[in-house]
Design a protein around this ligand. Structure first.
Ligand code: CP
Ligand code: NVA
Length: 300
């Protein structure tokens, strides 16, 4: 079985730092590996995307490979044939399989039966490439800290869950401000709390969450596949909007993070998203660099 990246916890703490170091070197173009020279990579999308699709396709080209974009209706994963058989077949053609889909179990199933690396480009449970890129963005903007205070305000979703995954393997002071029925995955929360090096707080008070934070993060209130719940979530999460008043409680050097796409005026105001503390477009750029580093690491 090849090494896969279904969740951040598929890597050790040392490997996470190895990927950050590789990312930094590749971003500065000190090294330009070509692990996919003469090879193809399948990019399966059963949900929409801008950043993930384009950054993976550009990244695979940079690594010498040929990306093959496949959509859900074509592949009908788990319907036309079993996920296991699709994994076995794809492994005969491509060097890596990147997938964005709904059910996280499908990604784990692909990883179990594929003989090539699987890279998770977002599931309902987690978005590991995103949070690896986001932490790398923090390292660039706030270098030299042993443990960052990261506040996440809004819906307890795949982004929140991936921060919890990161907190379960590296030291992190991670605070979640969210409503009672918008909580993150409870198993991943327990796992993060079990890391003695991390501090995890879940509160319904957004001000408590952002107090003295180095980075304040938010994401859409209704994720892909949940857009029908948008109005309901908006009612529950209104007080967690990332606006200037809330930012006043964060550290003066705090950066603002959002994985994008943003629903401006809902979970984040224009003033904050376009303000001097916002690094959201650096985050978007870093998706490209971190994914190249992750794929290169897995192809070792
Ligand atoms: N952040 C992110 O994954 O964006 P896309 O949904 O556009 O890929
Ligand atoms: N939580 C969002 C992230 C999008 C990148 C979603 O799953 O739609």
């Amino acid at each position: 079985m090849a090494r896969s990246f279904c969740q951040i916890t598929d890597l050790t703490a040392a490997e996470v730092h190895e990927v950050f170091d590789l990312c930094a070197a590749m971003k500065k173009k000190k090294i330009a590996p070509k692990p996919f020279e003469g090879k193809s990579v399948a990019c399966i999308f059963t949900k929409e995307s801008l950043r993930t699709r384009i950054s993976f396709e550009v990244g695979i080209n940079d690594l010498g490979g040929n990306p093959i974009y496949v959509t859900g209706p074509e592949i009908k994963l788990g319907q036309r044939e079993s996920v296991a058989d699709a994994a076995r077949v794809l492994s005969r053609y491509v060097a890596t399989i990147m997938i964005r889909t709904f059910d996280h179990a499908d990604v784990e199933e692909l990883a179990k039966y594929a003989s090539v690396p699987i890279v998770n480009g977002l599931t309902d449970l987690v978005h590991p490439c995103q949070i690896m890129g986001d932490y790398f963005t923090m390292l660039e903007h706030l270098p030299g800290k042993d443990r960052y205070k990261v506040a996440y305000v809004g819906d307890g979703n795949n982004i929140t869950n991936s921060w919890l995954n990161l907190a379960s393997i590296i030291p992190l002071d991670f605070r979640i401000g969210t409503a009672e029925d918008c909580q993150p995955d409870q198993a991943l929360l327990a796992k993060a709390k079990a890391n003695p090096q991390s501090n995890i707080l879940v509160t319904d008070d957004p001000k408590e969450a952002v107090a003295d934070a180095d980075a304040v993060y938010t994401d859409v209130w209704a994720s892909m596949g949940q857009k029908h719940q948008a109005d309901d979530k908006a009612k529950k999460l209104q007080k967690y909007q990332l606006n200037s008043a809330l930012m006043e409680g964060a550290s003066p050097h705090a950066i603002v993070l959002h994985c994008l796409p943003a629903e401006r005026g809902r979970e984040i105001t224009d003033e904050v998203m376009d303000g001097p503390q916002s690094v959201v477009f650096d985050q978007a750029e870093n998706r490209l660099h971190i994914q190249k580093a992750i794929m290169t690491f897995l192809m070792k």
